[in-house]
Design a protein around this ligand. Structure first.
Ligand code: GDP
Ligand code: MG
Length: 297
C-alpha cells in the first residue's frame, strides 16, 4: 500500500449537454443531491469530490459556461470559470463524439494556452452507429491542440470511465485531502438557487421589498433529469408576506418563473420549482435561525 496521498482540482469543461454532469454523477456513484442546510459561501461552481485510500480528486463542474443568458450573474460566472481554469491541476475537456461545434472551438481557445494538462474526453461513444468513424474523428480533433491524452468514453454506460479517472489521479500533486472523505459535494447549487430567487424578488419589488427577507432551499433533488427544487421565502410579518405574494399571487408567480429560467440555464436541467412564503417572526434577531436559513450578508 502506498503511503503517499494525492489531492487536487480537476475542472471539467465543455459546452452544455456534452455530458459533464452525467460523468460526475457516474464517477461519484450517485446523483449529487443535497441534504444539509449549511450556510453557503459565494462559490458558483459545483464540486464533485471522489476520495479513495490514496487520493482525493476534486472535480469542478462548470455549469455556468453558456452564452444564452447575458446577465450580470452569467458574466460573473464566466469570470469564475476563467479563474477556475487558472487554478486547477488538470483540465478535462469534454466533447461529444462525431461533433465539433463553434462552442467547442470557443472553449478550445479558452483552454489551449493554460499550463494545466488537458485531457480530451470524447463522450457518448455508445451513440456511434458506425464505429469505424470514430478513429478518423479522433485523428481530426487530436490535431487541435496538444492534448495529454484522448479518451473515448460513455458517461452514461460507464465505458472507459475508470481509465479516465486513473489518468487524472496520476496527474495530481502529492497533498493531503482537503475535504472529509465522506463529502461528495460543496453543495453550492443550492446556494445559487436561493440567490436567483432573491435577485428576482429584489428586481420585482424594488423599494417595496421587505428588507427582512431570506430564501432557503429545503429540497434540491435531480430525478429523471428534472431538478425538483422547493424554496421557502422567509419574512417577519403577514403584511410583508402579502407583498411578496402579490395580487392574486402575481409577484410570486413572476419571480418563480424568472428564477426557474435562470436555474435551468445554470444547472442545465429542467427545473420544477415550488416556492412558499413563510413568516418567522423572530429570525432576524436570532443568529442561530439566521444560520439555519443560510443567510450570509
Ligand atoms: P452537461 O450539460 O454537459 O452537464 O450534460 P448532461 O450531463 O446534463 O447530459 C446531457 C444529456 O446527454 C443528457 O440527456 C444525458 O443523459 C446525455 N448523455 C450524457 N452522457 C451520455 C452518454 O455517454 N451517452 C448518451 N447516449 N447520452 C449521454
Ligand atoms: Mg451539467
Amino acid at each position: 500500500m502506498s503511503e503517499v496521498f494525492h489531492c487536487g482540482y480537476v475542472t471539467i469543461i465543455g459546452r452544455p449537454n456534452v455530458g459533464k454532469s452525467t460523468f460526475l454523477n457516474k464517477i461519484l456513484g450517485q446523483k449529487i443531491s443535497i441534504t444539509s442546510n449549511k450556510p453557503q459561501t459565494t462559490r458558483w461552481h459545483l464540486l464533485g469530490i471522489k476520495t479513495s485510500l490514496t487520493s482525493q480528486v476534486i472535480y469542478v463542474d462548470t455549469p455556468g459556461l453558456q452564452t444564452k443568458y447575458n446577465n450580470a450573474m452569467n458574466r460573473h460566472m464566466t469570470r469564475e470559470v476563467m479563474a477556475s481554469l487558472a487554478n486547477v491541476d488538470v483540465l478535462v475537456f469534454m466533447i461529444e463524439s462525431m461533433k465539433w461545434t463553434d462552442m467547442d472551438e470557443h472553449i478550445l481557445n479558452l483552454i489551449k494556452d493554460r499550463s494545466a494538462p488537458v485531457i480530451l474526453a470524447i463522450n457518448k461513444i455508445d451513440k456511434i452507429k458506425n464505429k469505424e468513424k470514430l478513429l478518423p474523428f479522433i485523428k481530426e480533433v487530436s490535431s487541435k491542440m496538444g492534448f495529454l491524452k484522448i479518451l473515448p468514453i460513455s458517461a452514461r454506460k460507464g465505458d472507459n470511465i475508470d481509465a479516465l479517472e486513473n489518468v487524472v489521479k496520476a496527474l495530481l500533486p502529492e497533498a493531503p485531502p482537503e475535504y472529509p472523505d465522506d463529502q461528495l459535494s460543496d453543495q453550492s447549487e443550492r446556494f445559487f438557487a436561493a440567490e436567483f430567487i432573491r435577485e428576482k424578488l429584489i428586481r420585482k419589488l424594488g423599494d417595496e421589498l421587505p428588507y427582512r427577507l431570506s430564501v432557503s432551499i429545503d429540497q434540491f433533488v435531480l430525478e429523471e433529469n428534472i431538478l425538483h427544487i422547493n424554496a421557502n421565502i422567509w419574512t417577519v410579518s403577514r403584511s410583508q408576506k402579502k407583498i411578496i405574494i402579490g395580487k392574486d399571487g402575481s409577484v410570486l408567480k413572476a419571480v418563480g418563473e424568472q428564477a426557474r429560467r435562470d436555474m435551468e440555464g445554470m444547472f442545465g436541467h429542467k427545473v420544477f420549482l415550488q416556492t412558499w412564503v413563510k413568516v418567522k417572526k423572530k429570525w432576524v434577531d436570532d443568529i442561530q435561525a439566521l444560520k439555519q436559513l443560510g443567510y450570509h450578508h
